[in-house]
Every structure is written in structure tokens, then in C-alpha cells.
Ligand binder design. Structure first.
Ligand code: URA
Length: 432
């Protein structure tokens, strides 16, 4: 079937066969389909979705657009976590070395900033010298020798997701159940995992705004994982406020380093432990979540998790000396404080707009050819429920580009609702 015919069919809500979809996706990877044709198809998928059969074929095609790793010769359990995307979510930077220090092999493939959400790859690349672009052989060897590697989609591994992910970001075609499931699960299946934990974010800063939608997404992800023989747990976590104190690239790396030393914001550590515990039990490294937490806390307190991160950074070409005095690296030239105009309690934080403000400041891609500014970031002084007085600082926004900074500041002036009632947000909703 001609490429355009597949687009027209999806626009009418009709499914394509696996063979048709396979040639369509592979033609796109091989530059035989233009970005604009693919965008029409992505838009049609956002509107009409996919049948269960189409989705399972789509995931398989995405995985086989590149190579599939095999770690079956390793003695260790091979596990990973992936999040559906949030603001201030630096958990991958903490959980990967933590699990590796616990004896789980972690071959992690991550993505860049998508829409208003931050990207693990952009954060990792703010570490001076760090390479996220390893060949399949290098990636596999590193996991075998040091038990951890963190990379992005490459021409070898998940090339279809690499190309479509960037296009979805530039064309507003991110928020679709099958496209999110295909993107996440192709990366995770290609990793050759035994176990996976998925952090499905829910709230005004997540792709899934309601718990019902988050549950639909969680179920699709879990089913896809288990159909591929991966033990899959799902944790639903709250994205009605940014996670931790900082959102950005280098500033999130700095916060992750604090967490790896057992310090750092409580919410970030708590969610890390919740997610990591699932994999510890899956991999039979602990009998239950209580035992898991005890082991994981020891690995944070005794420096093992931090050392594992440093070891990985060095092997991937990064300069770990930058961690010794992190405040002297990527120093922003400008900063602005956004202060409260009212007294009362923080009732609502519009986390989607906070994420957009971060992207405007230089932490994300407002246009596909934007460059990330590693000095850019946001410090949040409040959470939902914090009491403030007129003039109290709500945010500090910083970067090295004044005009972008002012745009971000303008956005931030409208993102917090102050009222009279003191609400709280629970961190974790439920798990399955
Ligand atoms: N994370 C991904 O890897 N892909 C998506 O589509 C959304 C979040």
C-alpha cells in the first residue's frame, strides 16, 4: 500500500495491517517518507488511536527498527524504570546507579525533553564530556562490566523512536496513548530486560491529567511489558507540582547528586525508594519492600550509589571532577525572582506552565533546532500547601540569555494560585 494511503486510512479511523505499518515506519526511518507525511499520520493517531492488534504490531516494529539487546548470559537480574514524563523528575539519575549498586544490571535508554517535560538525556549531557551516544557493542559491554549504562536512542537502538520522538515534540503530537506506549515500550523491550517499573505520572503537569487516563496508560504499558516477557510494575505518582526543588539540566544533576548522598528533597528520595523497591522484589534481591528500603538506604548512606554514578560518568567520558564543586560549573549569567502577590496558602501549581517556563528559559525545545542551555533552571521555594506572604519568593529562574529569561518569568507570574485553604498533594496514588 502506498505510504499516503496509510495516512488517509488512519485519518478515516481505519487500522493498518502490521505489514503495512512496518513498511510505513521503516520508510520513515530510511527518509523515504517526509516529516510532513509522518506528522499527518501522527495527528490521525492522536485523534483515532490504534486497535489493540495495531498497537502490539506498532511496538514490535519500533523495537525491530533497531537491534535488540540480549543479557540472558548475565547472572544478575536486568531491570530498569521509565517515567511517562514530568517536571523536575530526576529520578532516573538516582535510581539507575542505586539499583546497579544493589546488584541489578541497568541498561537504561532515555529520551530528551518532550513537550513541557524534562529529558534525562539533556540532563546527562549537561555533565561535561558525558556521551549518551554509545554503539550497541559499547553499551552492552558497559552493562556487562560495570552493571550500568545510560544512553539515548541511536541509529542502532530504537532509531524509529529517535526520529519520531523529535518529530512528535515539534508537532504537538505527544499526547496519545499508543504513541506514548510505543515510544516507551520499544526502548524498554530493546533493552533485553527481565523487570521494569513504570512511573506513570498523573496531574496538571503530566501527559495524563486524570487518574482514569493514567490508569488506562498504566494498563496498556503493563500489558505490553508482560506480553514481551518482562515483569512489569506500575506506580502512579503525582505531577500536580514539580518533583524536588529544581527543574532544569545541570541544576537537576546537582540535586540528584545530593539524593545519591542520601540528602536531597524528601519527595524525590521517597519516590525513588518506592520505584526501586519494586525492582528489588522483582529481582529477588529482597523479600519485601521493607527489606528493599533498608538495603537501598544503606547503599545511599555508605556512598555506594554515588560511587556507581561516578564510575558510569567516567566510563562514558564525563568529567566527574565537575561534581566536586558543582556550583562552579554551568554558572548562569542571569536570574530573576518571582514573588507572591498575595498572602495565603499555595492552592494550585500549574505544573504544565511551570514546565513551559523551564523550556522557555532554555531547558527544553520550543523549536526542534533549539539548543539546551545547561545553565538554565528553576528553583521552587514552595509546594502546594506552603503558606506565603506578599513579596515572598515563589521561584528563582536562571539561565544565560536575558530575553528568554524574561519570557520564562512572565509565564511564571501566573502559575501559582494562592487561596485560603491549606491543601496537600499526596506523592503516590496507587500501584499495581
Ligand atoms: N517518555 C517516552 O519515552 N516517550 C513518550 O512518548 C513519553 C514519555
Amino acid at each position: 500500500m502506498a505510504n499516503l494511503e496509510i495516512v488517509y486510512r488512519k485519518q478515516k479511523g481505519l487500522a493498518a495491517s502490521k505489514g503495512e505499518l512496518e513498511s510505513f515506519i521503516n520508510n520513515y526511518v530510511n527518509d523515504q517518507i517526509s516529516d510532513s507525511e509522518m506528522t499527518e499520520w501522527l495527528k490521525a493517531v492522536c485523534i483515532h488511536g490504534m486497535t489493540a492488534e495495531e498497537l502490539s504490531g506498532f511496538i514490535d516494529i519500533m523495537v525491530h527498527s533497531g537491534r535488540h539487546m540480549d543479557f540472558s548470559h548475565l547472572d544478575s537480574f536486568v531491570g530498569d524504570k521509565h517515567s511517562t514524563g514530568g517536571v523536575g523528575d530526576k529520578i532516573s539519575l538516582i535510581i539507575a546507579p542505586l539499583l546497579s549498586a544493589a546488584g541489578i544490571a541497568v541498561p537504561m535508554i532515555s529520551g530528551r525533553a518532550l513537550g513541557h517535560t524534562g529529558g534525562t538525556l539533556d540532563k546527562l549531557e549537561s555533565i561535561p564530556g558525558f556521551s549518551t551516544n554509545l554503539s550497541l557493542t559499547q553499551f552492552q559491554k558497559q552493562v556487562e562490566t560495570i552493571g550500568i549504562a545510560m544512553i539515548g536512542q541511536t541509529d542502532d537502538i530504537c532509531p524509529a523512536d529517535k526520529k519520531m520522538y523529535a518529530l512528535r515534540d515539534a508537532t504537538g503530537t505527544v499526547e496519545s496513548f499508543p504513541l506514548i506506549v510505543g515510544s516507551i515500550m520499544s526502548k524498554k523491550i530493546a533493552e533485553g530486560l527481565n523487570g521494569l517499573v513504570l512511573d506513570v505520572k498523573c496531574g496538571n503537569g503530566a501527559f495524563m491529567k486524570t487518574y482514569r487516563d493514567a490508569q488506562i496508560l498504566g494498563t496498556l504499558l503493563k500489558e505490553s511489558g508482560e506480553n514481551s516477557g518482562i515483569i512489569t510494575d506500575v506506580v502512579f505518582s503525582n505531577m500536580n507540582q514539580p518533583l524536588g526543588q529544581f527543574s532544569g539540566c545541570w541544576c537537576e544533576v546537582k540535586e540528584a547528586l545530593e539524593c545519591l548522598k542520601g540528602n536531597g528533597p524528601k519527595d524525590t528520595l521517597e519516590l525513588t525508594l518506592e520505584l526501586a523497591s519494586r525492582l528489588m522484589v522483582q529481582g529477588k534481591l529482597a523479600e519485601n519492600f521493607i527489606e528493599s528500603r533498608a538495603i537501598l538506604n544503606t547503599l545511599l548512606d555508605d556512598g555506594s550509589a554515588y560511587s556507581k554514578f561516578v564510575e558510569m560518568v567516567k566510563v562514558q567520558g564525563g568529567n566527574s571532577d565537575s561534581f566536586l564543586k558543582p556550583d562552579y560549573v554551568h554558572i548562569p549569567s542571569d536570574e530573576l525572582i518571582v514573588a507572591s502577590q498575595k498572602s495565603g496558602f499555595v492552592e494550585i501549581m500549574d505544573t504544565y506552565s511551570i514546565g513551559i517556563a523551564c523550556a522557555l528559559a532554555g531547558c527544553g525545545y520550543m523549536k526542534s533546532n533549539d539548543n539546551i542551555d545547561p545553565t538554565a533552571g528553576l528553583e521552587c521555594f514552595v509546594k502546594v500547601g506552603t503558606e506565603v506572604r506578599v513579596g515572598d519568593p515563589l521561584f528563582r529562574i536562571f539561565n544565560s540569555n536575558k530575553s528568554k529569561l524574561v519570557k520564562a518569568e512572565n509565564k511564571l507570574k501566573k502559575v501559582v494560585t494562592i487561596g485560603e485553604s491549606q491543601k496537600t498533594e499526596q506523592l503516590i496514588f496507587n500501584s499495581n
